[in-house]
Design a protein around this ligand. Sequence first.
Ligand SMILES: Nc1ncnc2c1ncn2[C@@H]1O[C@H](COP(=O)(O)OP(=O)(O)OP(=O)(O)O)[C@@H](O)[C@H]1O
Length: 361
Amino acid sequence: MALDRISLSGFRNHRATTLDGTARFNLLVGENGAGKTNVLEAISLFAPGRGLRRAPLAEMAGSDGPGGFSVGASLIAQGEEPVRLGTLAEAARPGRRLVRVNGAEASAVSLGEWLAISWLTPAMDRLFADSAGARRRYMDRLTVALDASHARNAARYENALRERNRLLSGDDAPDPTWLDGVETQMAEHGAALASGRERLVAALQAELARLPSEPFARPELTYQPGGPTAPDALRDALRAGRPRERAAGRTLTGPHRDELAVRMAGKQQPADRCSTGEQKAMLIAITLAHAGLAAQGRASLLLLDEVAAHLDPVRREALFERLADSGAQVWFTGTESAPFAALGADAAVWHVTGGIVQREG
Ligand SMILES: Nc1ncnc2c1ncn2[C@@H]1O[C@H](COP(=O)(O)OP(=O)(O)OP(=O)(O)O)[C@@H](O)[C@H]1O
């Protein structure tokens, strides 16, 4: 299964772009600022959530258009009717993204029944050095691709956490009955959130352990919970922590303090102290492991923004081999096509210039 026809209308600098007859490997080539990443971002909207740049919808609407956008695609599976997928934002309904499957309105979460999308972008290069919050968001994004209900657990926990922090930081002493109710919510959704992250990291770790550690540095991942992970234990910890947390004015235990610890296999130092190239190699390894886990009989898409051109020839070839084994439909961006020559006839080359896309040949 793969996306066959993709169309962008009023999306950033793409007024009306259609990519017809996409291939197993697709290379978007063009100068800086041409609109290559914009195509990847549009495709990423077929995953539940905020897309590859985490941008607000209004920002994605073309600045010279009416203030909305639409992205459509057809998904083909051998011997079956194509499935038409669409997502759009309308100027009249700010902040709301509509999803359509075969013309009928659907939820963003339902897109996960059809597609699993993984991506790697230059913005993720700082993931290991960034704040723990960035790694929590990363864990959540990867978990949602495996289990869409994780997004609901995360949102409900966040809401309850915000409410508890509001109560703790108020001028008046918080009402204990109100706190009881909020903590029960936090315990239920927080335990589900923690268990989703824990399962993700265990599954990724198992997948990574099967891969050779050459030529891509293999990361070792550990999930470090920010509090008890069982509902009762979390509720007890929250209750016991009330005096201290009232003094601090915020909640100090729970999955909002989780951490994803990463180090390179065979090295003791944490990932943020590894070289830039080693960090990139570990990110590639995690992305490929995740794509392998996420596929589960669905169409698997990998969006690799400016990845291949930064690899040396040995690693680039190894990446292409692993991608060929993965079964995923792959979308690369690059400023030139030469680094992708080894993909040969399996790759479609799409030239992007000022928001206009043309297929080579
Ligand atoms: N809402 C918008 N409306 C119109 N144009 C936009 C909008 N948002 C971004 N752009 C334009 O899109 C272009 C950037 O596109 P994109 O990030 O896809 O470039 P790219 O080809 O990936 O470049 P690079 O190789 O530098 O990463 C810029 O020219 C920017 O001005």
